[in-house]
Design a protein around this ligand. Structure first.
Ligand SMILES: [Zn+2]
Length: 477
């Protein structure tokens, strides 16, 4: 009977299917715009300018983002596009530039961050701020993927809209902010002081990208982030009587902390399917076909036959559960001292709809120790944007256009970006860097040897520009 269950499930579930996504079509009159950025010269220019941008050291800390903002401002200035650099601290700027439309629709924002995480040069094959282009056309540098590559493509999107005199129905705003990698102060500063001027309805930012061979060999999944998990950062502090390390006495703070952590580690929250996961698996299913495709297109079969595999993989598992990750400890420095207080850091991430303080209450109940208290270091709710949206469809459509075995779909990001601050302001935010990367390349983000291929830069410019034209240009002229 056990063996028959999957077979029965296949038969029973024949009716409930997630359809192939309708990504719409682009107005034919925009083809000339798209073709203009597809030329070898347009790609060469993007590669050269990205190489220059990667040579600007905006490691955060300390940031020095104004240097990066000036570099991008220089590119715009040559085209006669005005921009403004606003600083939240000396040397720590964000760049804003705008191409005016006719105001029929609310502005579209092209968002990136100027700062990058630090790089330890000795561990790299090429210097991290060299912008070196090797014989294979790989462009090396911290930020190539996260996210100076995208920032440069966004800048060139403005440049090309201006060069080609694309008639716009909405303003297109370039925003390149500082401090995303540490405290998001650049974005928060822009939100606080300038949001009334910006007021965009849509944002494209980092969050997702194309992953080669993600589920099946030869297939590229272009993951567009539509949602980001919420967060609850906790310091869990155990208290007890201080004493000498020579004589173990039950009930001291370190022991209490360990017991509490054991309980937390033993929790196994149930898998919860976000609709984006179902949708993307279904789109993969439509592409691969066969029995696998049959299963992936059907929610009931997804539950039965795919959930186990997904939950065994840390990435999907993080997108399907409220996670509590133990990330650090502190206590006494001396080995012979039992301190009165010891603590652990907990990085908790929550699915949309789940409240940080509810999770805190659950953890307090689970730990069940009056000598353990929790300090909330930071919290924010998850948020999401619909993928039934013209800009989402335009990004997805151009990501896969003309490519074999390419699928686009929405995803929920376990991590958060500056988009988390913009969705509550009414903007629909999509995280999509239009590169198709190998898993080794994505592993280089925040790691060693970060790099992007010339082919990705050429194609990414075309994809991003085409999507922006589709939703920002006036049609029927
Ligand atoms: Zn980033």
């Amino acid at each position: 009977m056990r063996r028959l269950l999957p077979v029965l499930a296949l038969l029973v579930c024949a009716c409930a299917t997630i359809p192939r996504a309708d990504l719409g079509t682009s107005p034919p009159e925009f083809a000339t715009f798209r073709d203009a950025v597809k030329t070898p010269d347009a790609g060469d220019e993007a590669i050269r300018l990205l190489s220059g941008y990667l040579q600007v050291d905006t490691s955060n800390p300390p940031g020095n983002e104004t240097l990066g903002a000036k570099y991008l401002a220089g590119i715009l200035e040559k085209e006669g596009i005005a921009s403004e650099i606003v600083e939240f601290a000396p040397g720590r700027g964000s760049l804003m530039a705008r191409l005016k439309g006719n105001g029929t629709e609310k502005p579209l924002c092209l968002l990136s961050h100027l700062d990058v995480v630090p790089a330890e040069a000795k561990n790299w094959q090429q210097p991290p701020f060299s912008g070196l282009i090797d014989k294979d056309g790989m462009i090396w540098g911290r930020g190539a993927l996260d996210m100076k590559g995208m920032g440069l493509l966004e800048t060139l999107t403005l440049v090309w809209l201006k060069r080609l005199h694309v008639p716009l129905k909405r303003d297109v705003i370039l925003l390149a902010v500082g401090d995303e990698e540490v405290d998001n102060r650049g974005m928060l500063h822009v939100v606080e002081k300038y949001w009334t001027q910006i007021g965009c309805s849509h944002v494209v930012n980092e969050g997702g990208m194309g992953i080669r061979d993600a589920m099946t060999p030869g297939q590229t999944i272009y993951a567009i982030s539509v949602a980001e998990k919420g967060l609850l950062w906790l310091k869990m502090i155990a208290h007890g009587k201080a004493g000498h390390g020579s004589t173990p006495i039950p009930g001291r703070a370190p022991e209490r902390l360990l017991k509490a952590l054991d309980k937390i580690r033993a929790r196994h929250p149930p898998a919860i399917w976000h609709d984006s996961m179902r949708e993307t698996l279904a789109q993969v299913g439509h592409d691969v076909g066969g029995v696998t495709g049959y299963v992936l297109k059907r929610p009931t079969l997804q539950n039965w036959l795919a959930e186990g595999q997904l939950m065994a993989n840390p990435g999907p598992a993080a997108a399907m559960t409220d996670t509590v990750n133990i990330t650090g400890f502190g206590g006494a420095d001396e080995p012979n001292v039992v301190p009165a207080d010891v603590w652990a850091h907990l990085d908790c991430r929550l699915l949309p709809g789940h409240k940080p303080l509810d999770l805190l209450a659950d953890l307090q109940k689970l730990v069940d120790d009056p000598n353990i208290r929790f300090e909330v270091l930071h919290k924010a709710d998850a948020n999401e944007s619909p993928w039934d949206d013209p800009f989402y469809r335009a990004l997805a459509r151009h990501a896969v256009a003309g490519k074999q075995n390419a699928v686009a779909g929405p995803v929920l990001s376990p991590g958060f970006t500056d988009s988390l601050h913009l969705r509550p302001l009414g903007a629909r935010a999509y995280g999509f860097v239009p590169f198709a990367t190998t898993q080794a390349e994505t592993g280089s983000m925040h790691g060693e040897n970060e790099r992007v291929s010339s082919e990705n830069v050429r194609d990414g410019l075309h994809v991003l520009f085409s999507a922006v034209v589709d939703v920002a240009a006036t049609s029927g002229n």
